[in-house]
Write a protein that binds this ligand. Sequence first.
Ligand SMILES: C[S@@+](CC[C@H](N)C(=O)[O-])C[C@H]1O[C@@H](n2cnc3c(N)ncnc32)[C@H](O)[C@@H]1O
Length: 381
Amino acid sequence: MDSSTPIIVKTFHGLETVLAEELRALGASDVRPLKRAVSCTGDLGFIYRANYELRTALRVLVPIHTFEVSNEKAYYRAVREVEWNQYLDVAGTLAVDAVLSGGIFRHSQYMALLTKDAIVDYYRDRYARRPDVNPEAPHLRVHARIHGSKCTLLLDASGDSLHKRGYRRDTVEAPLNEVLAAGLVLLSGWNDTGPFVDPMCGSGTIAIEAALLAANIPPQHGRPSFGFFRWKNFDRKLWERLKAQADARAKTPVFTIYASDKDTRARNATAINLLSAGLEQLVQVQKMPFEKLTPPEPPGILITNPPYDERLRTDDVAQFYKAIGDRLKKHWTGWTAWIISSNREALKHLGLHPAQKTVLYNGALECVFQKFELYEGSRKA
Ligand SMILES: C[S@@+](CC[C@H](N)C(=O)[O-])C[C@H]1O[C@@H](n2cnc3c(N)ncnc32)[C@H](O)[C@@H]1O
């Protein structure tokens, strides 16, 4: 895989531009934001670094073959024509999935099976043997993306989704996905530029991702393995060198990160996850309701994910968000607050005028991530 190897990095809706920036900073060429993904080019070492160092990547994929066909027979033939031997030994194991859109082919499970059959038959032709299927930890994971008649076969360099950083030991209800949490911090523009507060921290995901960023620690520092470890061309020396170089860029942050929650279990979960990430020195954790929390000095940035509380009565949610807004206006002057919520109605009850809005998805829930500048006398415009 030379320096012009095409790469597709998947992310969540709304994080394409921050991921594109991350890729450029990492040295990718031809960076192009797509829908829930960014394409670029890079070499094998870059694929390792992308997996290890990108904060908003969910999966790193390498497209190896693109073709157009209009029926299943032609599809099977096109898949079988690929020189699979360069990617997988016959004694290795394989997993295949398929995603379809646009109508020509109907069933994704059937297309996954057909893809697997074509690959397996490629080996049978040559060796009279075939690789086994192993859905959990295969040597090679292949994705087929079929849009109308346009088909792409991609190798999955990540294995498990990259939100699995390896630090989460405990959770409370409704934890944010780690990739989304990192995306919130990057979208806000904060990077150890002042104190950082998450006053409703739950299991601490936002604070942990902020601490990893501030300390310039690779997000996958605690992750034991990646899909590319099992690739035929895995270059362990190159991986170890790039990992050591990335680890050596860690620094001591200037500012403290504060995580608090009214709930004891949430405070404890955050403390446990911080210990597991080795970040306990960088984040101060306390049990405290937001209504009583006083801001540290100097003013900095607050990012939080309050309950959206579809289950609470509307009056209560309105009252709760109004109380958050009142507290921000009264006590957090000079700060910038960012709030993510799926409850647009409740957000209006903050009584603050958003300076910026980004639509993001927390799982299936459409959310809006809003920025509020808390200057003296700030009120709804
Ligand atoms: C959606 S969860 C946050 C999840 C968190 N982002 C994570 O990744 O685990 C909302 C949190 O707000 C806390 N909370 C609710 N009302 C609060 C209040 N008035 N003051 C402080 N925390 C509050 C809850 O205890 C809960 O842990």
